[in-house]
Design a protein around this ligand. Structure first.
Ligand SMILES: NC(=O)c1ccc[n+]([C@@H]2O[C@H](COP(=O)([O-])OP(=O)(O)OC[C@H]3O[C@@H](n4cnc5c(N)ncnc54)[C@H](OP(=O)(O)O)[C@@H]3O)[C@@H](O)[C@H]2O)c1
Length: 283
């Protein structure tokens, strides 16, 4: 996977304080991008910024705080960014969670809100900034290709608290693929948008769970990496300029999309996402 310099480009990375987002942000900063991390907690965001600056020698690393499951907060974030930067050349949408319980104030299961809807809120709100960049690129974190192959159904209206956490996670991934397909088809001159499997990346995903989950997390992290080469490749390489609506594995290879990825499902998912946004905004 060849990578190219990103000097003069501006990258925004959600979940940049930990795990996949942190690994991605390190890589983009190392390639010279001005890099802005988005997450909720100030202490871990500051720690990540300091670490990235120290490791990469790039002083242009910042953070902004935002709960991406709150569309009002996402709009405020974008308004702030619009005052500070002329465009977003690379948006890595890598925030995520495992095993979140409960629902948001608009009744959406938190597991789905964090793992899909927050990505949708941000990508939709950031489109003007992404359109302003030549060769803008959106990269959404996915899961391993073996799990992608097992996606068989798309549920539009039944994404609710009655669904199991596994079903919610599956729907979140299916909707990400369909969001990428929809934007690739309906915004042909806009930013490219692709889903990627990051590989096994050192993570805090299981650090807040049960003792058993923490033990699994510790074993997982012993084998995990601190860098995410596929993000560097997809964000920078001219070999993938214009490639859009795809899923890539951690070695930069295209993954066959499941048969649920159709224009009709993509259109329905877009409409359902817009309706959920309006509901969350109280409209
Ligand atoms: N790690 C891997 O090997 C791996 C492999 C395949 C797929 N993935 C997927 O990648 C995603 C992220 O996993 P990870 O390993 O990076 O987890 P992680 O280490 O727990 O990091 C999650 C990041 O997301 C942020 N975040 C969570 N909820 C947020 C919200 N509502 N608003 C804004 N930021 C939020 C967290 O910061 P705050 O808590 O401060 O907000 C943190 O920066 C998950 O969907 C996971 O399934 C991970």
């Amino acid at each position: 996977m060849n990578v190219e310099r990103l000097d003069g480009r501006i990258a925004v990375v959600t979940g940049g304080s930990s795990g996949v987002g942190l690994a991605a942000a390190k890589g983009l900063a190392r390639l010279g991008a001005r890099t802005i991390l988005i997450s909720r907690r100030e202490q871990s965001a500051k720690r990540a910024v300091d670490e990235i600056k120290r490791i990469t020698g790039n002083p242009a690393v910042e953070f902004a705080l935002c709960d991406l499951t709150d569309p009002v907060a996402v709009q405020a974030l974008i308004h702030d960014l619009e005052k500070q930067i002329p465009h977003i050349a690379v948006l890595v949408s890598a925030a995520g969670s495992v095993g979140e319980q409960g629902v948001t104030s608009s009744g959406i299961p938190r597991a789905f809100a964090t793992n899909y809807l927050g990505h949708f809120f941000l990508i939709r709100a950031a489109l003007p900034l992404l359109n302003a960049a030549p060769d803008g690129r959106i990269l959404i974190v996915g899961v391993m290709p073996a799990l992608i192959r097992r996606l068989r159904t798309v549920s539009y209206s039944a994404v609710g608290p009655e669904m199991s956490s596994t079903a919610l996670m599956n729907q979140a991934v299916a909707w990400k693929l369909l969001l990428a397909h929809h934007l690739a088809v309906t915004h042909p001159g806009g930013p490219s948008i692709n889903v990627f499997h990051p590989g096994l990346i050192r993570s805090n995903l299981l650090s807040g769970g049960t003792i058993a989950a923490k033990a699994i997390g510790a074993i997982f992290n012993r084998f995990a990496k601190d860098h995410c080469v596929v993000v560097e490749y997809l964000a920078s390489s001219s070999a993938v300029t214009g490639a859009s609506g795809n899923m890539f594995d951690d070695r930069g290879r295209r993954v066959n999309l499941p048969s649920i990825v159709t224009a009709e499902h993509a259109d329905n998912v877009w409409k359902a996402s817009v309706a959920m946004t309006e509901r969350a905004l109280g409209g």
